[in-house]
Write a protein that binds this ligand. Structure first.
Ligand code: NAD
Length: 493
C-alpha cells in the first residue's frame, strides 16, 4: 500500500478543457439572475477548478417555464418518437467523440481515476432505441346499450421531469435520468451536484450541439437547499427523479408526494457480500476487496458488509487485507492509480469519523484507514472486523471501508444480510446452486449478484433499491414506464 503523499500531475490538469460554466436555460447559456457563482474544487489538490453560476429559485422557474412550453404543445411535443430517438443517438455519438475529454474532466471533478462515459453512452443509446417503440394497447369491453365500444390506452409522457444527481457518478446518473425522459417525450430540468457539476455542463453543451430544441434539456447547477429544493417544489414540474443520500431522498420524497408529483428515488446502500464456505474463496477475494475500495468506496451499490461463514473467516480476512495493501491510492491522472481522493473535506471528515466510531465501539481495524499526505483527501482502504449491530456495519459510510462479520449457517447469513435499513445490492459467493437461488429469493435488495454475475448495471436490466435504498427503478423498460403515464380513452361506436 502507498504510504506517502501522492504526486500530483499539474500539467495534466492544465490541459483539461472546461465546459461552459453558466446555466443552460431555454437553449442558451445564462448567468444566474443573482449574478452569483460558486467555486468548484478539485478534491485531489483542493484548488479551485472553475466558478460556476449559482442557480436559485428564480433560475429554476425560468428553466421550468421553458421545459413546460416545450412539453405543452411546443416544438418538442410535436416530434415523432423516431425523431426523438435520432437526437438521442446524436447525443450519444457526441459523447463518444468527446470520450477522452469527458473522462479527464470527470477525473478532475470527482478526484477519482478515469471513469469513462461508456455507461452514459450505453444508456442513452438504449433509450434512443425505445423512443419510437412506446405504444399503447387496445382493450375489449362489453357493448353499452346494444352499441359496440372501442377502448384504448395511450402511454403519454409525464411532462416536465426535474432531475437531481449526486457527485459520485454525475455523468452516468444524469444520462440515466435524461435519456428515458427524453425518449418518452418529456422535457428535463437537471440540477447537477454542487461538488461536481462540470461533466453535466458538458453534457448540456452536447445536447445543444445534438440539436435538441431550446427548453428541452435545461441544466441548472446550484446548491441542494436552493436550486434543488426549488425544483422539487416547482408547480410546473410533474416528476422528480433523485439520486443521492437516503436522508435527502426521504425529505424530497415526502415533499414531492405531498405535491402529488411522480417520484423515483435512487438512494444509499449498505450492501452485503455473503461468503459461504463452499465458495471458491481464493478466486473471489479480489472481488470482495474491490467491492468496497473501488471509487474510494463512494459507490452506492458497494458491498461494504462482508458476511463470512466462520470456517473461512481467517482466509478471507488475510486475503482481503492483502488485496487492500496492494491498492495504489494516488493522483487520478496517474495511469497506475487505483483509487483517488475522497470528494471533499466535509466528506473526508465524515468517513474518518466513522473510523473513529468503529474503533470506539470495539471493531478491530485490520488494515488501512490512514490519510496520505496533507493536501487532497486520500485515504487508505480499511477493513474492520466486528459485529452486525455496530454503527460501521449499519450506516452507509461512502468511503473505502469494509466491515467483516462472521456468521454461522445459512439462516444467520440471510438474517444479517437483511438486518439493515438499506436494500440496494448484494453479492453471494457459493458453490451451491441451491444456496444461490434460495439466497437470491430471500435477500431484500434490488440486485443480487451470484459469484460476480454480469457487468451490472447494464441499461437493459432494472436498477434500484428496496427499503431505505429507494423507490422505483431506472434503466430497462422500467425507466420508460417511470417517465410515462397511461390514459384510457373509450368510445361508443
Ligand atoms: P446528497 O443527497 O447530499 O445530494 C444529492 C443531490 O441532492 C445533490 O445534487 C444535492 O445538491 C441535492 N440536494 C441536497 N439537498 C437537497 C434538498 N433539500 N432538496 C433538493 N435537492 C437537494 O448525496 P451526495 O452526497 O451527493 O451523494 C452520495 C449519496 O448518493 C450516497 O448516499 C449514495 O449511496 C447515493 N447514490 C445512490 C445511487 C443509486 O443509484 N441508488 C447512485 C449514486 C449515489
Amino acid at each position: 500500500m502507498t504510504t506517502v503523499a501522492p504526486t500530483i500531475d499539474t500539467d495534466a490538469r492544465a490541459s483539461v478543457v472546461l465546459p461552459p460554466t453558466d446555466l443552460l436555460i431555454d437553449g442558451e447559456w445564462r448567468p444566474a439572475r443573482s449574478g452569483e457563482r460558486f467555486a468548484v474544487i478539485d478534491p485531489a489538490t483542493e484548488r479551485e477548478t472553475a466558478q460556476v453560476a449559482r442557480g436559485r429559485a428564480e433560475d429554476i422557474a425560468d428553466a421550468v417555464a421553458a421545459a413546460r412550453r416545450e412539453v405543452d404543445g411546443g416544438r418538442w411535443s410535436k416530434l415523432s418518437g423516431l425523431e426523438r430517438g435520432r437526437l438521442l443517438f446524436a447525443l450519444a455519438d457526441l459523447l463518444q467523440r468527446d470520450f477522452q475529454a469527458i473522462t479527464r474532466l470527470e477525473a478532475l471533478d470527482i478526484g477519482q481515476p478515469f471513469k469513462t462515459p461508456t455507461p452514459a453512452i450505453a444508456a442513452i443509446r438504449y433509450f434512443a432505441g425505445w423512443a419510437d417503440k412506446i405504444d399503447g394497447r387496445q382493450v375489449s369491453l362489453p357493448d353499452v346499450g346494444g352499441r359496440p365500444t372501442h377502448t384504448y390506452v395511450r402511454r403519454e409522457p409525464v411532462g416536465v421531469v426535474g432531475a437531481i444527481t449526486p457527485w459520485n457518478a454525475p455523468l452516468m446518473t444524469a444520462a440515466w435520468k435524461i435519456a428515458p425522459a427524453l425518449a418518452a417525450g418529456c422535457t428535463v430540468v437537471l440540477k447537477p451536484p454542487e461538488d461536481a457539476p462540470l461533466s453535466t455542463l458538458h453534457l448540456g453543451a452536447l445536447a445543444l450541439e445534438a440539436g435538441f430544441p431550446p427548453g428541452v434539456v435545461n441544466v441548472v447547477p446550484g446548491f441542494g437547499q436552493e436550486a434543488g429544493a426549488a425544483l422539487v417544489e416547482s408547480p410546473g414540474v410533474d416528476k422528480i427523479t433523485f439520486t443521492g443520500s437516503s436522508q435527502v431522498g426521504r425529505n424530497i420524497g415526502a415533499k414531492a408526494s405531498g405535491l402529488l408529483k411522480y417520484v423515483t428515488l435512487e438512494l444509499g446502500g449498505k450492501s452485503p457480500q455473503i461468503v459461504f464456505a463452499d465458495a471458491d474463496v481464493d478466486r473471489f477475494i479480489p472481488m470482495m476487496a474491490r467491492q468496497f475500495y473501488q471509487g474510494s468506496g463512494q459507490v452506492c451499490a458497494a458491498g461494504t458488509r462482508l458476511l463470512v461463514e466462520r470456517s473461512v473467516v481467517d482466509q478471507v480476512v488475510e486475503g482481503v487485507a492483502a488485496e487492500l495493501r496492494k491498492v495504489r491510492v494516488g493522483d487520478p491522472f496517474d495511469a497506475n492509480t487505483h483509487i483517488g481522493s475522497l470528494i471533499s473535506r466535509k466528506h473526508f471528515d465524515r468517513v474518518t469519523g466513522y473510523l473513529d466510531t468503529g474503533r470506539a465501539e470495539g471493531a478491530e481495524l485490520v488494515t488501512g484507514g490512514e490519510r496520505l499526505g496533507e493536501r487532497g483527501f486520500f485515504l487508505e482502504p480499511a477493513l474492520f472486523t466486528g459485529g452486525i449491530d455496530m454503527t460501521v456495519a449499519q450506516e452507509e459510510i461512502f468511503g473505502p471501508v469494509g466491515v467483516l462479520v462472521p456468521f454461522d449457517g445459512y439462516d444467520q447469513a440471510i438474517r444479517m444480510a437483511n438486518a439493515t435499513d438499506y436494500g440496494l445490492a448484494s453479492v453471494v459467493y457459493t458453490g451451491s446452486m441451491s444456496t444461490a437461488h434460495r439466497a437470491a429469493t430471500q435477500i431484500r435488495a434490488g440486485m443480487v449478484r451470484i459469484n460476480g454475475g454480469a457487468g451490472i448495471p447494464a441499461p437493459s436490466v432494472p436498477f434500484g433499491g428496496t427499503k431505505g435504498s429507494g423507490l422505483g427503478r431506472e434503466l430497462s423498460f422500467a425507466g420508460i414506464e417511470a417517465c410515462t403515464v397511461e390514459k384510457t380513452v373509450s368510445f361508443e361506436l
